[in-house]
Design a protein around this ligand. Structure first.
Ligand SMILES: Cc1cc2nc3c(=O)[nH]c(=O)nc-3n(C[C@H](O)[C@H](O)[C@H](O)COP(=O)(O)OP(=O)(O)OC[C@H]3O[C@@H](n4cnc5c(N)ncnc54)[C@H](O)[C@@H]3O)c2cc1C
Length: 391
């Protein structure tokens, strides 16, 4: 392992690997990435992989939109399987979301994203199985899709390696040396790396990594569950992803006639220690999934539960990520707190963080509203939907 580097990235999830690749592509030549377990073994490996641009904040919509074109061309750019499927997305709103749906659709069209509002009577054109009770308005985004988070992470890592990045799996950062307010080195389980720039992309462990430079980052970890279901007649890959605001849930097709279901249908529990939590879906969750599907879909009584899992999401006070430098320790950057929506943003997270580190500012999208100091300044960056904090 190298003993000095221009940049050390802590975390081999989708964000750390995207940052490593983009830094190397922008000309940074001496980068080390540390991953304490294996690539994508944190939140990334548990992700549902949904990709959409439906955000109520233009900054996030722009990041998601630009990221989507990277996902679309991923297999050519990285010579790796991304599993990207375009299946479209239907967002079902109650009376509380009508105004938001209108605003988001106008903003999407302004940014050149294909999107349209859908009256409930016309929903069967997009998804014949949805019961229409309680839906006031919907929107449809034909280019939304999903991809394989593991494949994408390994693809970014492969691209980074080809550009000279040293990726060390099984190596944990255990401390960061700071002298006169500036980062000097990262201490690891395999030795010390002298560096003046560190990126904290440690996902659910990012608060611990922040503590290594004396920061108390406002990051909290919640347990988020997913289930694989299968209707008797199967669920074709061509079916759109559905976000259903009546029950605050979502589902998308998966190959083999399966569907993956997620959402906040039971209260999310905190994870105190991301190294030690139950990764199995709870009985209460499984029972609620069945009830929610029954209430939102026609003919769902023949739906079979196949398996389920739980993974950690790292949330901030406004459910949006922290991207940028930390004032207290020069050379220390944070890319963490992605809640349940960091996968779809990952290509632009990497690009913007690389631009920020190399040039002092992100050019592709202005990410300053996501700076770490925003909470202290009272400038929370939250969704305009009261009941959909991740949009
Ligand atoms: C169940 C679930 C469903 C989701 N569904 C979606 C979705 O449909 N769409 C979407 O966009 N997003 C989704 N997300 C969110 C998305 O998965 C995350 O936002 C994203 O994966 C975060 O990536 P990351 O790289 O920040 O974190 P992680 O993937 O957790 O990576 C952090 C890495 O850092 C390593 N690490 C930590 N500490 C150290 C250390 N000291 N030294 C070395 N390495 C260290 C860890 O081992 C880990 O591999 C979902 C998340 C979950 C849990």
């Amino acid at each position: 392992m190298k003993q000095s580097a221009d940049v050390v990235i802590i975390g081999g999830g989708v964000e750390g690997c995207s940052i490593a690749y983009n830094l190397a592509r922008d000309g940074c030549s001496n980068i080390v990435l540390l991953e304490k377990k294996t690539l994508a073994s944190g939140s990334t490996g548990k992700s549902c992989g949904i990709i959409r641009t439906h955000y109520s904040q233009e900054l996030l919509m722009a990041m998601a939109h630009k990221s989507m074109s990277v996902f679309r061309g991923f297999e050519d750019e990285f010579e790796a399987k991304s599993g990207f499927v375009t299946n479209g997305l239907v967002f079902l709103g109650t009376s509380e979301e009508v105004e938001g749906l209108r605003d988001v659709t106008v903003m999407q069209q302004k940014l050149g994203i294909r999107a349209e509002l859908v009256h409930p009577d016309n929903l069967p054109k997009f998804h014949s199985g949805i019961s229409l009770d309680g839906i006031e308005l919907a929107s449809y985004e034909p280019d939304a899709g999903f991809a394989d988070p593991y494949g994408v992470t390994v693809g970014f890592a492969g691209g980074a390696r080809r550009l000279g990045v040293e990726i060390n799996e099984g190596v944990e950062a255990t401390g960061i040396e700071v002298k006169n307010g500036r980062v000097e080195a990262v201490v690891t389980t395999k030795g010390r790396i002298a560096t003046r720039t560190v990126v904290n992309a440690a996902g659910p462990w990012a608060r611990r990594v922040g503590a290594m430079v004396g920061a108390d980052l406002p990051l909290f970890v919640l347990r988020f569950q997913e289930s694989v279901m299968r209707p008797a007649q199967g669920y074709p890959l061509s079916m759109p992803t559905v976000f259903d605001q009546r029950t605050i849930c979502y589902y998308r097709p998966e190959s083999g006639g399966f569907m993956i279901f997620g959402g906040a249908v039971i209260e999310l529990q905190p994870i105190e220690d991301p190294d030690n939590y139950s990764e199995k879906a709870d009985t209460e969750w499984v029972e609620n999934v069945a009830n929610v599907l029954l209430s939102g879909m026609n003919n769902s009584s023949d739906m079979k539960y196949v398996r389920g899992w739980a993974g950690p999401i790292t949330v901030t006070p406004d459910f949006n990520p922290i991207l940028g430098p930390l004032e207290q320790a020069e050379g220390f950057y944070i890319a963490a707190g992605f809640s349940g929506h960091g996968f779809k943003l990952s290509p632009m997270v990497g690009k913007c963080m690389a631009e920020l580190i190399m040039n002092g500012a992100a050019r592709s999208v202005d990410i300053t509203p996501l700076r770490a100091s925003r909470y202290k300044e009272g400038k929370y960056f939250q969704s305009k939907y009261a009941r959909a904090p991740l949009t």
